[in-house]
Design a protein. Structure first.
Length: 440
């Protein structure tokens, strides 16, 4: 069974060969809102959050990582479910507050926080700022002294290589992210000496897109060891132990889903073992996933403009492309370009006996959304959809490339369809440049 079929069966369903999103036919959504567009199913968001919480001991707190998808409606949903938010910029912090999040329910990580961002976050009473370099420590300390405030801080730690794994391994090597584990003692000493800091905890920096529960557990155990050491040096229990994100979702045929049951079976005794230690007396354990919570909820929907043959190859030309979904084109970190789960959404029950490339409207060969993929015979007007598009899709794409208007986003839930971001207009492409021909 293909990954596309598995996703449709698990999360969406179909009727007469047509994809249903939140019970609504995709052709109806495309008719109402046009194409290309992003559609999210709020039921899938709730399902994934409930699955995650069932896999975690009660001492865990879930913070949604805004970078995965910052749409205000998505932030408001997670806030309504009792989640906090994790941000990586002043702009994301602004979006968190605009969505109604209390400042003390926000964590701020990232290697390049500017003095202006730090002052903004500290002035608003942010929950924690996660320190990533000695220079950042000095900068925040100076700001805190000037404002007369104590900054609640955690140290983001880049652990040793033996804890690493995942499709996108990030920790354990030379990195702009976090403090190298081998320098933690000296950095912690500097933090503890600063009167305007309230040292709160440790943030583990490792990898992302992890589908192997054993890798996750190995990282969690390493993080607990590092945190216990830090608590010992500080002479008090930690307030927070942030395990980061890292939980993955399947993107390609052959990928297996993260086994949350096996993860749970090992995690519960691990937390029980460490939770009894004095270093973790009252400690709040935190995870901050993004794609795991939102990735499977989204579908990028495009319409077929033409079908053409060129020297023995078939091309399905659609009205959206890499400017809206850079990750699906393979140009967002993939070395070997593999296809996201892609389907003709109004022909799900038809035989996939036609091999073709799906290409967008941009004047570049990079604008390819699927390569040598099997589809039912395509026709002009068909709807081609890319599944697993709820995270790192629209928000991580070059929306201004070739000046196509930005696509809308809609949320479907319980038969209700909400426009949560309207389609861009041509006049908005000018930004602050003014009107053509010198008209202000």
């Amino acid at each position: 069974m293909s990954l596309s079929t598995r996703i449709v069966q698990r999360h969406f369903g179909q009727k007469n060969g047509e994809l249903l999103i939140g019970g609504t036919p995709v052709t109806q959504l495309a008719e109402q809102h046009g194409t290309p567009l992003f559609v999210y199913d709020r039921g899938v968001l709730k399902e994934k959050l409930e699955l995650l919480r069932a896999s975690l001991p009660s001492r865990f707190d879930v913070y949604y990582s805004i970078k995965a998808n910052p749409n205000q409606s998505i932030l408001e949903f997670f806030l309504s479910q009792g989640c906090g938010l994790e941000v990586a910029s002043g702009g994301e912090f602004y979006q968190a507050l605009a969505a109604g999040c209390d400042a003390d329910r926000v964590l701020f990580a990232g290697p390049g926080k500017t003095p202006a961002e730090l002052e903004y976050a500290l002035g608003e009473g942010i929950g924690e700022i996660h320190l990533e370099s000695l220079q950042e420590i000095d900068s925040l300390a100076a700001i805190a002294r000037r404002l007369g405030r104590r900054a609640r801080v955690a140290i983001r730690v880049n652990p040793a290589a033996e804890a690493q794994g995942g499709a996108m391994r990030m920790g354990g090597t030379a990195s702009p992210f976090g403090i190298d584990e081998e320098t933690l003692d000296s950095v912690l000493e500097r933090v503890l000496q600063e009167d305007h800091f309230a040292f709160s905890g440790i943030h583990l920096f490792t990898g992302t897109q992890i589908l192997d529960h054993d890798v996750l557990l190995r990282q969690y155990r390493r993080g607990l060891e590092i945190a216990a050491r830090a608590a010992g040096r500080a002479g008090k229990p930690l307030n927070t132990m942030d395990f980061g994100g890292g939980l993955g979702i399947p993107y390609f045929d052959g990928d297996q889903e993260l086994n949350t049951e096996a993860f749970k079976e090992t995690l519960f005794p691990l937390i029980e073992e460490y939770g009894k230690r004095p270093e973790f007396d009252g400690t709040r354990f935190v995870v901050e996933p993004g794609r795991f919570l939102v990735g499977e909820s989204g579908v990028y929907v495009t319409r077929v403009l033409s079908v053409k043959e060129s020297r023995g190859k078939s091309f399905i030309v659609v009205d959206g492309g890499m400017n809206h979904h850079l990750a699906a084109s393979g140009n967002l970190g993939q070395v070997i370009k593999r296809n996201f789960p892609t389907a003709i959404l109004n022909k799900l029950e038809s035989q996939a006996d036609h091999t073709a490339n799906v290409v967008g409207p941009l004047c570049t060969p990079l604008d390819t959304l699927a390569r040598d993929a099997a589809f039912p015979k395509p026709e002009v007007g068909d709807l081609v959809g890319i599944l697993q598009s709820g995270a790192y899709a629209r928000t991580s794409s070059p929306l201004g490339f070739l000046s196509h208007p930005a696509p809308p986003e809609i949320m479907v839930h319980g038969g209700q369809v909400d426009l949560i971001r309207r389609r861009g207009e041509y006049r908005e492409l000018l930004g602050d440049q003014g009107e053509p021909n010198g008209r202000a």
